[in-house]
Design a protein around this ligand. Structure first.
Ligand SMILES: Nc1ncnc2c1ncn2[C@@H]1O[C@H](COP(=O)(O)OP(=O)(O)OP(=O)(O)O)[C@@H](O)[C@H]1O
Ligand SMILES: [Mg+2]
Length: 279
């Protein structure tokens, strides 16, 4: 379990990336979503002890990130949003080094690395210089690394950004097979729905919603989303698209008015909280 207590991060006089957030993350997989600049990476970096909060703290499995940093580091692994492989080393070599630094024996490290690379369809590239891999493949190597460590708590900041649809599914199934607690960020609502039992929506440094996806969706009480370019009736307008939340009984009426009808999904939680409205 992760307890976040009033975590604030101020980068400079004007930038409050996090404005005193408090939350208990209890589920196995928690997804943090929010617009660009919302504060997701800042939160992940603080929880994974790479960045000091300006105020507040958090505990991970009962260990305080500020007072017991070393112990916290022993039970977590993470991939940062922007990470670079060492170009001349192969994926296998880098993963082995990483796992050995974490206390694995050389042979264990090799076995676990090969297994994780295989899981993410990177086995054939295990000995290639990392420089020669594509951007998506490099990303997958980092995911493989964070997962292979089998830490009890794993932080993944946008693990599937830039990955093709197949690779994304490979990452999802690797995540599902683990029993570690996982905190991930994503811009793909589908990913949040596929993987997590719990979502935290951050906007401008505050948590605006937190809960089980099913509960958040059911707060729409079975409504549907009707949308139409330049539509006259709307609850929300984004660019020129009018979005109206309607009861099922009104679906035919709105189809007749030229609206497309969609089922409610996580995007709507975002939209209905006004997250998109300011752009
Ligand atoms: N090192 C830094 N110095 C100053 N401001 C920063 C720094 N890092 C981030 N910020 C600011 O803090 C805010 C939150 O940034 P953060 O990287 O946490 O957002 P994010 O939710 O991860 O966004 P994205 O979806 O684009 O990755 C932004 O306003 C950003 O400009
Ligand atoms: Mg980020």
């Amino acid at each position: 379990m992760i307890e976040i207590q009033e975590v604030t991060k101020r980068y400079d006089r004007h930038t409050y990336a996090l404005k005193g957030i408090t939350a208990s993350l209890r589920e196995r997989v928690t997804t943090v979503i929010g617009r660009n600049g919302a504060g997701k990476t800042t939160l992940i970096r603080i929880l994974s002890t790479q960045l000091f909060p300006t105020k507040g703290t958090a505990t991970i499995e009962g260990l305080d990130i500020l007072k017991e940093t070393k112990k916290v580091r022993e039970i977590i692994s993470s991939i940062p949003q922007e990470s670079q492989l060492i170009g001349i080393l192969s994926p296998l070599e880098q993963m082995q080094l990483y796992l050995m630094a974490r206390g694995f024996t050389a042979s264990q490290a090799k076995e676990e690395s090969k297994h994780a690379l295989d899981e993410l369809e990177l086995y054939d590239y295990r000995n290639a210089p990392s420089d020669t891999l594509s951007g998506g493949m490099k990303r997958k190597v980092f995911v493989a690394m964070a997962l292979a460590a089998k830490a009890p708590v794993i932080f993944l900041d946008e693990p599937t950004t830039g990955l093709d649809p197949l690779s994304r599914i490979e990452v999802w199934s690797a995540i599902k097979r683990l029993s570690s607690k996982i905190i991930l960020t994503t811009h793909y609502m589908e990913e949040a729905q596929e993987l997590s039992n719990e979502v935290v929506v951050i906007d401008q440094g505050n948590i605006i919603t937190h809960g089980a996806i099913g509960n958040l969706l059911s707060s729409f009480g079975g409504k549907m989303r009707a949308e139409k370019m330049d539509g006259e009736e709307y609850d929300i307008k984004i660019a020129n698209v009018a979005i109206k939340y309607i009861e099922k009984e009104r679906v035919d009426e709105f189809i007749a008015k030229g609206y497309d009808i969609k089922r409610i999904n996580l995007d709507d939680i975002f939209l209905s909280k006004g997250v998109m409205l300011e752009s």
